[in-house]
Structure formats: C-alpha cells, structure tokens
Ligand binder design. Sequence first.
Ligand code: PLP
Length: 370
Amino acid sequence: MNLSDLAPEYIRAISPYQPGKPISELAREMGMDERTIIKLASNENPLGTSPLALEAMTRALNEVALYPDGSGFELKAALSKRYGVTSSQIVLGNGSNDVLELAARVFLKPGASAVYSQHAFAVYPLVTQAVGASGIAVRAIKYGHDLDAMLDAVTPETRIVFIANPNNPTGTLLAASALLRFLERVSSDVLVVLDEAYNEYLPGTIKADSIAWLKRFPNLLITRTFSKAYGMAGIRVGFGLAHPDVSGLMNRVRQPFNVNSVALAGAVAALEDVEFVKRTYALNQAGMLQITTGLRQLGIEYIPSYGNFLSFRLSQHDVRAINESLLRQGVIVRPIGIYEMPEHLRVTVGLESENQKFLKSLEIAIGESA
Ligand SMILES: *Cc1c(COP(=O)(O)O)cnc(C)c1O
C-alpha cells in the first residue's frame, strides 16, 4: 500500500510553499561564515523587532508554563482601541497566514471556488487547495490585480476572492477607489479577503481607509500582520477584522490556543511602538530609493513597489546563474518562478549597507554572466 494514496487527490496535488533560504542553510551548503551572509529573501524587518515588543516578550517568557489566553483578550482590546472595531470583529491568528487558512476552512469546500490574481501571494492557492476547493487564477495586468476580470471570474460557486494590497511579490497597489468599486459590485455572498500585510509601508496619503468599509460590507475580511513592519515574523501573530458573524465562525474553527502567549504579549506592546514603525517606514523609503536608483544605473528593469521588497527583471540574463552568483557572494534573494515570474528575482529592502552589498553583488553577478 502506498500511504500517499490514502490522502485525497486535492491534497496530493499541492505543491509545497517554497520559503526563502535560511542563512544557516546557505552557510552549511557553501561552507560560509553566517556573519558574511545577508538575507533579503523574506520581507523581514532589517531593524529587527520593535524594542517594546521585545521587552514584553522577554517578560512573557517567564510564564510559558501556562497556556496562553485563548481569547486573546488584551490584544483584542488593544486592536479595538487602535482600529475602532469591536473585539467580536477580531480573529487572531498564528501569523496572518493562519487567518487566511481559517477563512478558507470556514467558507470553502470541495465544489466551491476561490478567485485570486496571477502573481498573487502563494498562500491563497495553498489554503484553497488544502480544503479541496478549486482556485481560479485571473490573469494580471501589468503585474497587478485586474479587478474587473476578477469580478467576471466569480461564479455561483465562488465563496472567496483574495486580494493582496500591496501584493507580494509584485509590490503593486490598487487604488482605494478601485477596491471600493469592486466591493460595491461583487456579490454579497462572496467573502472578499483584503490582505494588507504591508499596510504600514504605505504613505498615509495613498492608504485606503479599508477598516471604515467594514461597516458597509459584511462580506469583507481585512488581514494584517505583526510579521513585517513590527519585525515579529518568527513569533507568528496576525489578525483579521470582519463582521462579527464572519469572525465568529472563524473563531469556532481555530485552535483554542492558536496564538502563543509570548506573541500575544509582544503584539500588545508592538502596537504602542509608533516610533519603531516610523523608523521602519523611513528606512524602507530610503532603501527603496537606494535600490531603485542602483538598479536603474545597472540598466535593470523593476516593478515599482509599495511594499518593503521589489521584483526586478533579468530578461537578458540567466536568472538561475545570477541567483547562484548572488548566493556565492552571500546574498540571499528570492527566485519567483513559482509565481509565474521566471525572469524576476525579488529582493527585500534591507539596511543601507545590505542594499549596497546586494547592488554590488548583482553588478558582479551580471558581469560574470555577460
Ligand atoms: C508576508 C505576507 C503575509 C504575512 O504572513 P504572516 O503569516 O503574517 O507572517 C501575508 N500576506 C502577504 C501578501 C505577505 O507577503
């Protein structure tokens, strides 16, 4: 008997998520000193973690013998205050990935479908397939979501539309007005999951007031994370905001203790750390300018990005060879062939010195491949 035959066909068909290569793995593979390697592959915060969060988490470590507060009372209270929603509208997750999965488990099943964009975040097809539903990938325009086409792709069986804004790995942003028009037109029996993992990196002037839309659209779920701007990717905490009927169902299917106590304490403190988010934002703006300027000098085409990362195109070069040269030089970026972007690499905006090393190494890599 082949054990994998016991799993449903839709589970066997899943291709695993490919994370960014850890520094320790590259060091092992190449016999390099970890300290000479920089990782710009997973959109992590180059400033590390919010110091307030770090302090709170260190304190919380003393109590890990106890189960976490399964209701996340304090974090929900802090989020309610910050975002002007009720606690009953909040779903906490073990990263926002968990929230995306909960949405799929609640609203999808075999026979149902989810709509998402080509080049969109890889987790959407994953969570869709994992519950036996079918995914409908809609062709992108200029690497961004084509909302009109996504609306047309919705069928009577569609229960979720996933929208990443900004999107990863393309960094594209939809205008607030376009999103609003989409929400007004899409059938109210379709849950619109608006993934705003990079919200904190947007200038205030172009940020959609998406949370205010929750009052008008009971079929809207907004997801946010502490992984990116708050620098807490390793501790896993994110959240969803929705109509209480939606969050209520999601809270029923989640694990009772899905967010650990250290993460809960850290997230409460992180929300207070306005200063850290400000510094993160400013560093990202400067780093984005540094990288785009450098790429332009190298004659490399890139997709303008609204996140803390950027995808650039190496159409004249062998992407694999360039990536391998970067790795040999101790620079980890992300190949995005699985996003149907085989000619692109994605780089996370790092510290000034890291961006510098990346640009220099890329120049060398291109020289080698010419
Ligand atoms: C990084 C990212 C997330 C956040 O994942 P977590 O599970 O919260 O760490 C969600 N959506 C997108 C588009 C992302 O790039």
